[in-house]
Design a protein around this ligand. Structure first.
Ligand code: GRG
Length: 294
């Protein structure tokens, strides 16, 4: 498959659906809706929606039925970035290659932009078509748990509390599994649930998402050390400056690279219950994420 054109086609599909789901920029309060659109349409890779839709393909579901779930994942992801960039958290001036939401709209509006994107995500999920095995309650529960106080927010709390401290590898893994992997895992699970996957396939997809999610964050840690701000579209070297808990800091760069490769290999293996054709896009996405590591 041609991954470049696959990614482009999927990004366009997700972007045009997001455009439909979001209130227009001039809808009152216009500042808020402009800020939501500013952050959402800032050029993100749409990785979580694309993983969700690739999982639909692996389970032979309908892309159209899962599109609201894919868009809801991107709204939650963008909310988490807007809040993470705030001065009271990571205090970042650049995201996705442009000034962060609070730099353009002010802190108050940036907090509310995150709140509004998170809430909108649930409105969008309510438009998804549930499948025979997985009803709307299960879809809502899935995404609420991933974004909630025991997963995404738990990871962020542990991340904040670890700053400047010596962190054991186990604790570091906890941070990464919750801050990053939980949403990636949920992305592929939601695709599979929308496609009415049987329990064996759902659990294979879950393992894939978990392993890929952890590998993804390890690679993100590596890139922070090895790449420039221009390439990353956000401030590079921030993790070291803020004494963040990262894989390179805890186990070193070479071991971090080896760990990301090992996890990606395991992620591929988890897909063995699917035919190579059905899981082709998931395999290609796993390779693509690993290749971000130069
Ligand atoms: C504020 C509740 C709350 C959580 C914040 C997501 C997050 C937790 C922090 C953002 C910073 C960070 C290192 C997150 C880890 C996940 C990650 C690597 C995000 C960037 O994801 P990409 O690369 O970004 O998919 P784009 O911009 O392409 O969507």
């Amino acid at each position: 498959m041609n991954l470049k054109s696959y990614l482009l086609t999927r990004q366009k599909l997700v972007d045009s659906a997001l455009d439909r789901y979001l209130p227009k920029a001039n809808t009152k309060p216009a500042t808020l809706h402009r800020a939501m659109r500013y952050s959402l349409f800032a050029g993100g890779k749409r990785l979580r929606p694309i993983l969700c839709l690739a999982s639909v393909e692996a389970c032979r579901g309908k892309i159209k039925d899962a599109l609201p779930l894919a868009c809801a994942l991107e709204c939650i992801h963008t909310y988490s970035l807007v809040h993470d960039d705030l001065p009271s958290m990571d205090n970042d001036d650049f995201r996705r290659g442009r000034p962060t939401c609070h730099k353009v709209f002010g802190e108050g509006i940036a907090v509310l932009t995150g709140d509004a994107l998170l809430t909108l995500a649930f409105e969008i999920v309510s438009r998804a078509k549930p499948s025979r095995r997985y009803d709307m309650t299960m879809l809502l529960g899935e995404i609420a748990v991933a974004a909630g106080s025991k997963k995404l927010i738990a990871g962020q709390v542990a991340d904040l509390e670890a700053e400047g401290k010596n962190v054991a590898r186990r604790q570091l893994q906890f941070i990464h599994e919750n801050k990053t992997a939980a949403m990636l895992r949920s992305s592929v699970r939601l695709g599979a649930m929308s496609a009415n996957a049987d329990p064996r396939k759902l659990s294979a997809i879950t393992r894939f998402g978990q392993q890929l999610g952890l590998a993804f964050q390890i690679i993100d840690d590596i890139l922070d050390v090895t790449q420039t701000s221009q390439i990353l579209g956000k401030s590079a070297g921030k993790d070291v400056a803020a004494k963040k808990a990262t894989y390179p800091a805890v186990i070193g760069l070479e071991k971090s690279r080896a760990e990301a490769k090992r996890l990606t290999r395991r992620a591929h293996n988890s897909l063995s219950v699917f035919s190579a054709g059905d899981a082709g896009p998931l395999h290609a996405l796993a390779n693509y994420l690993l290749e971000r590591e130069y």
